[in-house]
Write a protein that binds this ligand. Sequence first.
Ligand code: SF4
Length: 443
Amino acid sequence: MNHAEVAAASFDFQRARKALLGWFQTNGRRFPWRDDPTPYRVWISEIMLQQTTTQTVLGYFERFLARFPTVETLAAASEEETLKYWEGLGYYRRARSLRAAAIEIVDRFDSQFPSKYADVLSLPGVGRYAAGAILSFGFDKRFPILEANTTRLHARLIGLLEETTTASAQRLLWKFAEDWLPQESTRRAPGVYRRINGALTDLGRLVCAPVEPRCDDCPLAKQCASNRLGLQEKVPVLKKKAEPIRRVDVALLVFRADLERATAVDEIDGKTPRAPSDVLLIRRPQNSLWAGLWDFPRFEVVDARFADAQDFSADASLAERLQFFLEEEVGAPPRDYRVGKTITTVRHSVTRYRVALRVCQLVGSATNLAPREERTLFDSLEQPEPSGVRGDLETRLRSESFAARQAAESRWVPLASLPDFPLSSPGRRVADWLAKNASKKFF
Ligand code: SF4
């Protein structure tokens, strides 16, 4: 046995539990999902808390629960509406999994939240940690949990000088987490599993912090191997983080008014002030980041010469992809489209990527415009029925453009409707910027 295994095996859990629960009684955090810990509420909170801070989740939890108070209401909701209530929390796969799991609970478990480990684990989006959390917090069953806070706390308590993600470290840490929970056969107070797991999480979060843990205030200081050996700064041993990768993307503002006017004046030149109008949004494809949410058309800048550019009108690679997107996927008329000047930049991170999202205007010469195709773009996107007589040509254009509409999933959206659209998080920031600046003559 190595040093950490010895420390885990000889740990005095009975004494530690007493100290821990005493500390929890006066220092434990209050949350809506703790005050009324039904399995449904615990489940929603646990999925929301994955990759998201408690502070952020607090702003979403009650609103989500007010709209979807039961598993049946969530199962009956559309994916789009579920995503709308999730918008801003990120990692949208979680919202889709929640809805899929709600449908399964209604179908497979007669709308009753399952209480068997294998059943809970079989639900979409539920892994080992979430299953343990739902069963211990929601049902007060004897299941351990191991997340960032408890991993750090346990690793320090036993002085684990090994990367916490290795298979052997994980085995040891899960076993240690389980040993904290008294056997069901022993007499125990109701709610003890719920309280021990909650207390361990809070102690890890509030006292055994990643840097400068407050050992002087810690109820477990006397039993802690790291405190005894002065290993607090060395434990936990974390996997070395990969270097961030810089990336530049362009989000394109395509205004309907611009294109309509271009058909009359030949050019979208980026100089003539134009009134804001409907803007083009696309739906993010399945299996992509922010799948199912709406966004502004977005392109990566791959030509390194334009990595620091503010004007992309000379970027031929970008122009080619833009051309393809507008003509082939959206059904726009043939024209020399280009990405123009940067109006504003939105910076955000996705995993290792640090993205500078340049919000740009569309530039396009209409010299090649063909009258018959001129209206294809407008007809290919969802919009109110046009007035006036267009006759057979109108019918033909609508029919021809149907395939394009299906492929691109594009839509003209009035600026005033953007707040109601489920947008990707960077898309929302662009929309907010537009709302603040729509009255300015920036395009
Ligand atoms: S004594 Fe310090 S290092 Fe050990 S568990 Fe408590 S806060 Fe963490």
